[in-house]
Design a protein around this ligand. Structure first.
Ligand code: SF4
Length: 326
Protein backbone atom coordinates (compact mmCIF):
# COMPACT_ATOMS: atom_id res chain seq x y z
CA UNK A 1 0.00 0.00 0.00
CA UNK A 2 1.37 3.40 -0.95
CA UNK A 3 1.12 6.18 1.62
CA UNK A 4 2.15 8.90 -0.85
CA UNK A 5 1.91 8.95 -4.63
CA UNK A 6 3.03 11.55 -7.15
CA UNK A 7 1.55 11.46 -10.61
CA UNK A 8 3.54 13.19 -13.33
CA UNK A 9 4.35 16.16 -11.10
CA UNK A 10 5.98 19.22 -12.59
CA UNK A 11 6.98 21.88 -10.06
CA UNK A 12 8.97 24.82 -11.39
CA UNK A 13 10.48 27.96 -9.85
CA UNK A 14 9.35 30.89 -11.95
CA UNK A 15 11.59 33.92 -11.41
CA UNK A 16 11.61 37.32 -13.01
CA UNK A 17 14.82 39.33 -13.37
CA UNK A 18 14.63 42.80 -14.91
CA UNK A 19 11.48 41.83 -16.80
CA UNK A 20 13.00 38.54 -18.00
CA UNK A 21 11.33 35.29 -16.94
CA UNK A 22 13.42 32.28 -15.93
CA UNK A 23 11.90 28.88 -15.31
CA UNK A 24 13.85 26.41 -13.19
CA UNK A 25 12.51 22.92 -13.87
CA UNK A 26 13.34 21.48 -10.45
CA UNK A 27 10.78 18.64 -10.54
CA UNK A 28 10.11 17.82 -14.14
CA UNK A 29 7.54 15.08 -14.59
CA UNK A 30 8.04 12.85 -11.54
CA UNK A 31 5.79 9.88 -10.85
CA UNK A 32 6.58 8.14 -7.59
CA UNK A 33 5.01 5.72 -5.14
CA UNK A 34 6.15 5.68 -1.52
CA UNK A 35 5.12 2.37 0.08
CA UNK A 36 3.92 2.58 3.68
CA UNK A 37 6.49 1.59 6.30
CA UNK A 38 9.60 1.98 4.10
CA UNK A 39 12.62 4.18 4.61
CA UNK A 40 12.61 5.63 1.14
CA UNK A 41 15.76 7.40 -0.03
CA UNK A 42 16.14 10.10 -2.66
CA UNK A 43 19.70 10.53 -3.93
CA UNK A 44 21.52 12.70 -6.45
CA UNK A 45 24.05 15.52 -6.72
CA UNK A 46 23.35 19.02 -5.39
CA UNK A 47 20.93 20.94 -7.58
CA UNK A 48 19.21 17.86 -9.06
CA UNK A 49 15.83 18.84 -7.55
CA UNK A 50 15.69 16.38 -4.64
CA UNK A 51 14.95 18.99 -1.93
CA UNK A 52 12.21 20.48 -4.12
CA UNK A 53 10.77 17.00 -4.58
CA UNK A 54 10.55 16.75 -0.79
CA UNK A 55 8.67 20.10 -0.67
CA UNK A 56 6.27 18.67 -3.26
CA UNK A 57 5.75 15.57 -1.12
CA UNK A 58 5.04 17.87 1.82
CA UNK A 59 2.69 19.82 -0.46
CA UNK A 60 4.49 22.97 0.63
CA UNK A 61 4.46 24.79 -2.68
CA UNK A 62 4.91 28.50 -2.22
CA UNK A 63 5.96 31.14 -4.76
CA UNK A 64 8.28 31.27 -6.61
CA UNK A 65 7.70 27.48 -6.68
CA UNK A 66 4.61 26.50 -8.67
CA UNK A 67 2.87 23.22 -9.22
CA UNK A 68 2.53 23.31 -12.99
CA UNK A 69 1.05 19.86 -13.51
CA UNK A 70 0.32 16.59 -11.75
CA UNK A 71 -1.22 15.20 -8.60
CA UNK A 72 0.01 14.73 -5.02
CA UNK A 73 -1.88 11.93 -3.30
CA UNK A 74 -1.81 11.00 0.41
CA UNK A 75 -3.45 7.91 1.89
CA UNK A 76 -5.08 9.30 5.03
CA UNK A 77 -7.16 6.94 7.21
CA UNK A 78 -7.29 4.42 4.37
CA UNK A 79 -8.55 6.94 1.83
CA UNK A 80 -6.51 8.40 -1.03
CA UNK A 81 -6.76 12.21 -1.10
CA UNK A 82 -5.43 14.63 -3.70
CA UNK A 83 -3.78 17.23 -1.45
CA UNK A 84 -2.65 19.43 -4.34
CA UNK A 85 -6.15 20.92 -4.28
CA UNK A 86 -6.27 21.32 -0.46
CA UNK A 87 -6.64 24.75 1.14
CA UNK A 88 -3.88 25.91 3.54
CA UNK A 89 -6.07 25.18 6.60
CA UNK A 90 -6.61 21.55 5.54
CA UNK A 91 -2.88 21.12 4.91
CA UNK A 92 -2.05 22.63 8.30
CA UNK A 93 -4.19 19.99 10.00
CA UNK A 94 -2.17 17.24 8.28
CA UNK A 95 1.24 18.77 9.09
CA UNK A 96 3.00 17.34 12.15
CA UNK A 97 0.20 14.82 12.76
CA UNK A 98 0.13 12.99 9.37
CA UNK A 99 3.29 14.28 7.74
CA UNK A 100 6.19 16.13 9.34
CA UNK A 101 9.36 17.63 7.99
CA UNK A 102 12.95 17.71 9.22
CA UNK A 103 14.72 20.49 7.30
CA UNK A 104 18.41 20.78 6.41
CA UNK A 105 19.26 23.08 9.31
CA UNK A 106 17.60 22.74 12.71
CA UNK A 107 17.48 26.55 13.05
CA UNK A 108 14.74 26.60 10.37
CA UNK A 109 12.41 24.97 12.90
CA UNK A 110 13.81 26.09 16.24
CA UNK A 111 13.27 29.78 16.82
CA UNK A 112 16.58 31.20 18.18
CA UNK A 113 14.81 33.60 20.57
CA UNK A 114 12.43 31.01 22.01
CA UNK A 115 13.13 28.25 24.47
CA UNK A 116 12.69 24.76 22.97
CA UNK A 117 9.69 24.33 25.32
CA UNK A 118 7.78 27.16 23.58
CA UNK A 119 8.34 25.65 20.13
CA UNK A 120 7.04 22.29 21.40
CA UNK A 121 4.05 24.07 22.94
CA UNK A 122 3.20 25.80 19.62
CA UNK A 123 3.20 22.51 17.72
CA UNK A 124 1.29 20.57 20.37
CA UNK A 125 -1.27 23.30 21.11
CA UNK A 126 -2.40 23.48 17.51
CA UNK A 127 -3.15 19.75 17.37
CA UNK A 128 -4.17 18.63 20.85
CA UNK A 129 -7.65 18.96 22.31
CA UNK A 130 -9.10 19.44 25.82
CA UNK A 131 -7.51 17.22 28.44
CA UNK A 132 -4.59 16.31 26.13
CA UNK A 133 -3.71 19.99 25.85
CA UNK A 134 -3.25 20.32 29.59
CA UNK A 135 -0.88 17.37 29.51
CA UNK A 136 1.32 18.74 26.72
CA UNK A 137 4.38 19.20 28.95
CA UNK A 138 4.36 15.63 30.24
CA UNK A 139 3.79 14.42 26.65
CA UNK A 140 6.84 16.37 25.46
CA UNK A 141 9.01 15.18 28.38
CA UNK A 142 7.90 11.57 27.87
CA UNK A 143 8.68 11.76 24.15
CA UNK A 144 12.15 13.24 24.73
CA UNK A 145 12.82 10.48 27.27
CA UNK A 146 11.74 7.82 24.76
CA UNK A 147 14.23 9.24 22.28
CA UNK A 148 17.03 9.32 24.84
CA UNK A 149 17.08 13.12 25.26
CA UNK A 150 17.21 14.77 28.69
CA UNK A 151 14.10 16.82 29.63
CA UNK A 152 16.39 19.81 30.39
CA UNK A 153 16.59 20.55 26.65
CA UNK A 154 13.05 21.96 26.93
CA UNK A 155 14.25 24.90 28.97
CA UNK A 156 17.26 25.61 26.75
CA UNK A 157 17.55 28.14 23.93
CA UNK A 158 18.65 26.52 20.63
CA UNK A 159 22.08 28.23 20.73
CA UNK A 160 22.79 26.54 24.08
CA UNK A 161 22.65 23.11 22.42
CA UNK A 162 25.28 21.50 20.19
CA UNK A 163 24.51 21.05 16.48
CA UNK A 164 23.91 17.32 16.96
CA UNK A 165 21.64 17.86 19.97
CA UNK A 166 19.66 20.56 18.11
CA UNK A 167 19.09 18.19 15.20
CA UNK A 168 17.92 15.46 17.59
CA UNK A 169 15.54 17.96 19.23
CA UNK A 170 14.22 18.85 15.74
CA UNK A 171 13.61 15.15 15.12
CA UNK A 172 11.85 14.85 18.49
CA UNK A 173 9.63 17.80 17.55
CA UNK A 174 8.85 16.29 14.15
CA UNK A 175 7.81 13.00 15.74
CA UNK A 176 6.04 14.07 18.94
CA UNK A 177 2.61 13.73 17.31
CA UNK A 178 3.59 10.36 15.82
CA UNK A 179 3.08 11.27 12.15
CA UNK A 180 2.63 8.51 9.61
CA UNK A 181 5.27 10.04 7.32
CA UNK A 182 8.51 11.88 8.15
CA UNK A 183 10.24 13.79 5.37
CA UNK A 184 13.91 14.48 6.19
CA UNK A 185 16.08 16.76 4.06
CA UNK A 186 19.82 16.09 4.51
CA UNK A 187 19.32 15.66 8.29
CA UNK A 188 23.00 15.00 8.95
CA UNK A 189 24.55 17.79 6.87
CA UNK A 190 27.04 19.93 8.80
CA UNK A 191 27.23 17.45 11.70
CA UNK A 192 30.41 15.71 12.80
CA UNK A 193 30.67 11.93 12.37
CA UNK A 194 29.62 11.14 15.95
CA UNK A 195 26.55 13.41 15.80
CA UNK A 196 25.70 12.02 12.35
CA UNK A 197 25.70 8.49 13.73
CA UNK A 198 23.46 9.51 16.64
CA UNK A 199 20.95 11.18 14.29
CA UNK A 200 20.84 8.17 11.94
CA UNK A 201 20.39 5.77 14.86
CA UNK A 202 17.58 7.94 16.19
CA UNK A 203 15.77 7.91 12.83
CA UNK A 204 16.18 4.13 12.63
CA UNK A 205 14.77 3.74 16.11
CA UNK A 206 11.78 5.98 15.44
CA UNK A 207 11.04 4.01 12.27
CA UNK A 208 11.19 0.73 14.19
CA UNK A 209 9.22 1.87 17.23
CA UNK A 210 6.61 4.14 15.62
CA UNK A 211 6.22 2.05 12.44
CA UNK A 212 6.14 5.21 10.31
CA UNK A 213 7.36 5.86 6.76
CA UNK A 214 10.48 7.97 6.30
CA UNK A 215 11.49 9.74 3.10
CA UNK A 216 15.13 10.67 3.36
CA UNK A 217 16.87 13.06 0.99
CA UNK A 218 20.66 12.95 1.01
CA UNK A 219 23.47 13.13 -1.52
CA UNK A 220 25.41 10.69 0.70
CA UNK A 221 25.13 7.25 -0.90
CA UNK A 222 26.70 5.70 2.23
CA UNK A 223 23.67 6.80 4.27
CA UNK A 224 21.31 5.33 1.69
CA UNK A 225 23.17 2.03 1.88
CA UNK A 226 22.94 2.01 5.70
CA UNK A 227 19.43 3.22 6.24
CA UNK A 228 17.04 3.10 3.30
CA UNK A 229 15.05 0.12 2.08
CA UNK A 230 14.04 1.61 -1.28
CA UNK A 231 15.61 4.45 -3.19
CA UNK A 232 15.24 6.76 -6.14
CA UNK A 233 18.10 8.43 -8.01
CA UNK A 234 17.35 11.92 -9.34
CA UNK A 235 19.09 13.69 -12.16
CA UNK A 236 18.11 17.05 -13.65
CA UNK A 237 14.66 17.10 -12.04
CA UNK A 238 13.73 13.55 -13.00
CA UNK A 239 13.96 10.09 -11.50
CA UNK A 240 16.40 8.03 -13.55
CA UNK A 241 16.39 4.86 -11.44
CA UNK A 242 14.28 3.52 -8.58
CA UNK A 243 14.25 0.20 -6.78
CA UNK A 244 15.03 -1.73 -3.59
CA UNK A 245 18.23 -0.25 -2.12
CA UNK A 246 20.11 -3.57 -1.95
CA UNK A 247 19.34 -4.22 -5.64
CA UNK A 248 20.31 -0.68 -6.74
CA UNK A 249 23.68 -1.10 -4.97
CA UNK A 250 24.21 -4.69 -6.11
CA UNK A 251 23.33 -4.17 -9.76
CA UNK A 252 22.81 -0.52 -10.65
CA UNK A 253 21.35 -0.14 -14.12
CA UNK A 254 21.71 3.54 -14.96
CA UNK A 255 25.24 4.80 -15.80
CA UNK A 256 24.70 7.77 -13.44
CA UNK A 257 23.80 5.45 -10.53
CA UNK A 258 26.93 3.39 -11.28
CA UNK A 259 29.07 6.53 -11.08
CA UNK A 260 27.49 7.56 -7.76
CA UNK A 261 28.19 4.12 -6.28
CA UNK A 262 31.73 3.92 -7.69
CA UNK A 263 32.60 7.25 -6.12
CA UNK A 264 31.98 5.79 -2.62
CA UNK A 265 35.10 4.96 -0.58
CA UNK A 266 35.66 1.24 0.10
CA UNK A 267 37.46 -0.35 3.06
CA UNK A 268 40.91 -1.55 2.02
CA UNK A 269 40.69 -0.07 -1.50
CA UNK A 270 43.28 2.70 -1.74
CA UNK A 271 42.83 3.41 -5.46
CA UNK A 272 41.63 6.94 -6.21
CA UNK A 273 37.83 7.33 -6.40
CA UNK A 274 36.59 8.40 -9.78
CA UNK A 275 34.21 11.35 -9.70
CA UNK A 276 31.51 11.90 -12.28
CA UNK A 277 32.95 13.78 -15.26
CA UNK A 278 31.44 17.17 -16.10
CA UNK A 279 28.78 19.13 -14.22
CA UNK A 280 25.03 18.67 -13.81
CA UNK A 281 23.06 20.64 -16.41
CA UNK A 282 21.33 23.91 -15.62
CA UNK A 283 17.69 23.30 -14.75
CA UNK A 284 16.90 26.46 -16.74
CA UNK A 285 18.09 25.03 -20.07
CA UNK A 286 18.16 21.25 -20.07
CA UNK A 287 19.93 19.36 -22.85
CA UNK A 288 17.65 17.58 -25.36
CA UNK A 289 17.16 13.81 -25.18
CA UNK A 290 18.59 12.13 -22.09
CA UNK A 291 19.73 14.96 -19.80
CA UNK A 292 22.75 12.84 -18.75
CA UNK A 293 24.05 12.40 -22.32
CA UNK A 294 26.74 15.15 -22.21
CA UNK A 295 28.38 13.28 -19.28
CA UNK A 296 27.56 9.70 -20.18
CA UNK A 297 30.38 7.45 -21.44
CA UNK A 298 27.83 5.28 -23.29
CA UNK A 299 25.85 8.03 -25.04
CA UNK A 300 24.74 7.38 -28.62
CA UNK A 301 23.16 9.74 -31.14
CA UNK A 302 19.72 8.52 -30.04
CA UNK A 303 20.48 9.62 -26.45
CA UNK A 304 21.05 13.21 -27.63
CA UNK A 305 17.71 13.29 -29.42
CA UNK A 306 15.15 11.15 -27.59
CA UNK A 307 14.40 11.07 -23.90
CA UNK A 308 14.32 7.52 -22.51
CA UNK A 309 11.14 6.67 -20.58
CA UNK A 310 11.30 5.36 -17.00
CA UNK A 311 10.37 1.69 -17.40
CA UNK A 312 10.13 -1.26 -15.03
CA UNK A 313 12.87 -3.72 -15.91
CA UNK A 314 12.51 -6.01 -12.91
CA UNK A 315 9.72 -6.19 -10.39
CA UNK A 316 9.79 -2.89 -8.50
CA UNK A 317 12.96 -1.66 -10.26
CA UNK A 318 12.60 1.15 -12.83
CA UNK A 319 15.23 2.82 -14.98
CA UNK A 320 15.37 5.45 -17.67
CA UNK A 321 18.17 4.58 -20.13
CA UNK A 322 18.20 3.47 -23.75
CA UNK A 323 20.90 0.91 -22.92
CA UNK A 324 18.61 -1.04 -20.62
CA UNK A 325 15.95 -3.07 -22.35
CA UNK A 326 12.99 -4.84 -20.77
FE1 SF4 B 1 23.69 7.29 -21.17
FE2 SF4 B 1 22.07 7.16 -23.26
FE3 SF4 B 1 21.48 5.82 -21.06
FE4 SF4 B 1 21.30 8.47 -21.11
S1 SF4 B 1 20.08 7.02 -22.30
S2 SF4 B 1 22.21 7.24 -19.51
S3 SF4 B 1 23.02 8.99 -22.39
S4 SF4 B 1 23.23 5.48 -22.41
Amino acid sequence: MNIMTLKNVKAFYVLEYWGEKRTIRAVNGVSLEVPEGEIFGIAGESGCGKSTLLKVLLSSIEPPLRLVEGKILYRVNGEERDVSSFKEGELRRLRWSFVSYIPQGSMHVLNPVKRVRDTFLEVLESHLKGEERRKWLSLAVEHLKELGLPPEVLTAFPHQLSGGMRQRVTIALATVLRPRVILADEPTTALDVVAQRAVLQLLKRIHREQGCTIVLVTHDMGIHAQLTTRMAIMYAGKIVEEGPTWEVFKSPLHPYTRHLIQSLPRIGDKSPRRGIPGNPPSLVSLPPGCAFHPRCPHASSRCAEEEPPLVEVREGHRVSCWLVRV
